[in-house]
Ligand binder design. Structure first.
Ligand code: PGA
Length: 256
């Protein structure tokens, strides 16, 4: 049984560093006790080092929500994967749909995935269709996003890759609007097939595939059990220590 991976994406929240520290401290208490879950929080850059201090050494990893695709140089406002790594970060989300909406293209995402992995970060690559249709167009879309993003990655780095399947239509909604476990399971199998066809079955089986999009305490379990996701990428609920900690316990207990 693989350890479940639960990642919190804080997006552009909270408003103050003291709130950020309280959230990390609240989550840390539970994260430290659970041996069957890997937990990472991705706060905004400005809280990164405080979050790292509050997390302390050990079980609660701190990551970032984006990285640039070069390691150093004249790129005003950007943060490189090497900087994140050197500062103690371990995870980097890349290609979130909210960044794609701001104009990030598949080719930029491909460079970021490659730069993040080469710098030694675990890259959480987000993919997801905008809508569903009856003819499988969304599957072709997922195939293209996935292979496009991995087009610059050498095979030896794939062990540090995580895929987060986040259908855009399910992000930031209510629990009733999230995907059904059955549809999620189908998609997890599809993503694994695409990866296996490209890189071989062993790699296809081992790359973790997470689900993200309106995950709450009351639906987390079904994504991990019937949905067969290897973990969750959680937005809003990752800012609430009590709820997020409950989800961590659910992930710790799930038997799949
Ligand atoms: P949500 O966000 O959990 O608030 O829907 C998920 C995400 O965008 O990663």
């Amino acid at each position: 049984m693989k350890k479940k991976i639960i990642i919190g994406n804080w997006k552009m929240n909270p408003a103050t560093v003291s709130e950020a520290k309280v959230i990390v401290a609240g989550i840390k208490r539970t994260a430290l006790k659970l041996s069957k879950v890997t937990v990472a929080l991705c706060p905004p850059y400005i809280y990164f080092s405080d979050a790292l201090k509050a997390a302390g050494k050990g079980k609660l990893a701190i990551g970032v929500q984006d990285i640039f695709h070069e390691q150093a140089g004249s790129y005003t406002g950007e943060v490189s994967p090497a900087m994140v790594k050197n500062a103690g970060g371990t995870y980097a989300i890349v290609g979130h749909s909210e960044r794609r909406r701001l104009g990030e293209s598949d080719s930029i995402i491909a460079k970021k995935v490659s730069a993040g992995l080469s710098a030694g970060l675990t890259v959480v690559l987000c993919i997801g269709e905008h809508t569903r249709d009856d003819h499988g167009v969304y599957l072709a879309f997922i195939h293209e996003q996935l292979m496009g993003a991995l087009s610059k990655v050498s095979k030896k780095f794939l062990k540090h890759l995580i895929i987060a399947y986040e259908p855009v239509w399910a992000i930031g909604r209510s629990d009733k609007d999230a995907i059904t476990p059955r549809l999620l399971h189908e998609m997890v199998l599809y993503i694994r097939k695409v990866l296996s066809d490209e890189y071989g079955e062993d790699i296809g089986r081992h790359i973790p595939v997470l689900y993200g999009g309106s995950v709450f305490v009351n639906n987390a379990k079904e994504f991990l059990s019937e949905g067969m996701a290897d973990g969750l990428l959680i937005g809003r609920e990752s800012l609430k220590p009590v709820e997020f900690s409950t989800i961590l316990k659910i992930a710790h207990e799930v038997r799949v």
